[in-house]
Design a protein around this ligand. Structure first.
Ligand SMILES: *Cc1c(COP(=O)(O)O)cnc(C)c1O
Length: 488
């Protein structure tokens, strides 16, 4: 512990404990720049997994009693050390994980800039520059997804879960308009919605939070290829209607979390049209392929959606958190979220106030990190990365197949699920291989369940991951398996 207690600021300087004097500020900014650059440049040297025990971290953190001011530079260094030793480095090229990206460098700068200017985006008149940046990005994303930009409204969200929650609320408003004022008790019957068993199960929490209850999520079976079964969907809707339940929405997942499967978007859109149901596409991570001419066909049909979720903090490499909710029914969006108050500034004539169009009230400038990263990399830069990730996933599949592993999912997206093919199916072995690789700090991967079987899962969404990392992963997996077989 450094000798860092005591009054480091001089009240006579008219500086505040919350903001040092100019000279000290410059020094601190310099330290921060050093910390960020050392981390950015030195990431390959770090183990992917935490190296410090949680109990050690806890003791260090609890030594802060917040009674006396601490010296800022030493404090910054100490906290940076906790981060270096106490997190899974999702920005590491050998993090083959859960779509948490290595953040785009301009995105890091954007987040810092947003914190420093701290615009309030609740009301458009409070931050017209920020509101226009986000509006422009929403329109850009809508166009890339195949919508007419004028037909879509939307907002930045903290992530995919908030965007999906927005979808349920808007779909309820569209189907049962009285719900806005009277709540679900205005509905005579139980509203239900549909998503596949492979969908992101935040839907259960969302159903609970909206008062629908978890049973309102009808988890529809998938085909052997893990895509939502159209036969099962039609049958379930018919059966539910027969029982007096009230279907109001179908969710298609464009890029499931577990296996990167894309549900049949066109056929689901047809069902929604026939059955008068809200069509939502959860493209949280794979919506990014809209930026690639070569790959965007994989999510064709998304342009028929009534609403879409896209996370910028996944495959668009924005620092967390940054999601987007896009919606084709401006009136319903407004009816869902509008509240007028005496104290909020009068609305702008030029743009709607974000607080009347979304769940959040006070709003951080989430779009800035996305804007800066996109402006500087360009669509071509993103396309190259996204296509490159898919290429590296192909390389990975090939290498695995030739070294005695079997691929169990089929997708154009960079998620690769596989099992050991050298011996009988062994869930415990896969769990053990995963744990030993993660513990070694050489790579991070996970296990998931595919068709009831425990399988290994890797995902490549980092622009830093290269072919050598992919080869290294396969070599490590082979070694871990050899070792497990030798000791069993
Ligand atoms: C990650 C993910 C979500 C949840 O998004 P958060 O940003 O974690 O809130 C929802 N759906 C899918 C398909 C996802 O991959």
């Amino acid at each position: 512990m450094s000798d860092s207690h005591g009054q480091w600021f001089d009240p006579a300087d008219r500086c505040s404990p919350l903001e040092p004097a100019p000279e000290e500020r410059l020094q601190l900014l310099g330290r921060l720049v050093d910390v960020i650059e050392a981390h950015t440049a030195g990431i390959r040297e770090l183990p992917v997994s935490p190296t410090e025990e949680p109990s050690t971290l806890r003791a260090a953190i609890e030594s802060y009693d917040f009674q006396l001011p601490r010296e800022p530079a030493a404090t910054l260094e100490e906290v940076a050390g906790w981060l270096r030793r106490g997190i899974v480095h999702t920005s590491h090229p050998r993090y083959f994980g859960l779509f948490n990206p290595r953040p785009a460098f301009m995105g890091i700068l954007g987040d810092a800039l947003a914190a420093a200017f701290n615009p309030q985006l609740a009301a458009a008149t409070h931050a017209p520059a920020a509101v226009e940046v986000e509006r422009h990005l929403v329109r850009y994303m809508a166009e890339r997804l195949g919508f007419h930009a004028d037909s879509i409204v939307g907002s930045f969200t903290t992530g995919g879960a908030e965007a999906n929650l927005s979808a349920v609320l808007v779909a309820l408003t569209r189907t049962f308009p009285d719900v806005v004022e009277q709540g679900l008790r205005a509905v005579e019957g139980q509203p239900v919605f549909y998503a596949s068993t492979e969908s992101h199960l935040a839907w259960l929490k969302i159903a609970q939070a909206t008062g629908l209850g978890r049973d309102a999520v009808r988890l529809v079976a998938v085909e052997p290829d893990l895509k939502l079964s159209m036969t099962a969907l039609r049958a379930q809707v018919a059966e539910d209607r027969g029982r007096g339940l009230l279907p109001f929405m179908v969710v298609a997942t464009a890029g499931t979390t577990s296996s990167g499967t894309i549900d049949p978007l066109g056929p689901i859109a047809d069902v929604c049209q026939d059955e008068q149901l809200h069509f939502h596409v959860d493209a949280a991570w794979a919506g990014a392929v809209a930026l690639s001419e070569q790959l965007k066909g994989a999510i064709a049909g998304i342009e028929r959606a009534d609403s879409v979720t896209v996370d910028a903090h996944k495959w668009l490499s924005a620092p967390m958190g940054a999601g987007m909710f896009l919606c084709g029914d401006e009136q319903a969006l407004r009816r869902t979220f509008d509240v007028s108050t005496a104290y909020m500034p009068a609305p702008s004539a030029d743009a709607p106030d974000p607080y009347v169009n979304s769940i959040q009230w006070s709003r951080r400038f989430i779009g800035l990190k996305v804007f800066l990263a996109l402006a500087v990399a360009g669509q071509s830069g993103y396309a190259a990365q996204i296509e490159g990730d898919c290429q590296r996933a192909k390389l990975l599949r090939g290498l695995l197949e030739t070294s005695g592993w079997h691929i169990v999912n089929e997708t154009p997206l960079p998620v690769v699920c596989f099992v050991d093919a050298l011996q009988p199916v062994d869930a415990e072995l896969h769990q053990r291989l995963c744990s030993s690789l993660v513990a070694s700090g050489r790579a991070w991967l996970s296990v998931t369940r595919v068709r009831g079987e425990t399988v290994l899962r890797t995902c490549i969404t980092s622009f830093l991951t290269d072919d050598a990392d992919v080869r290294g992963l396969v070599a490590d997996l082979n070694d871990a398996r050899d070792e497990a077989m030798a000791t069993s």
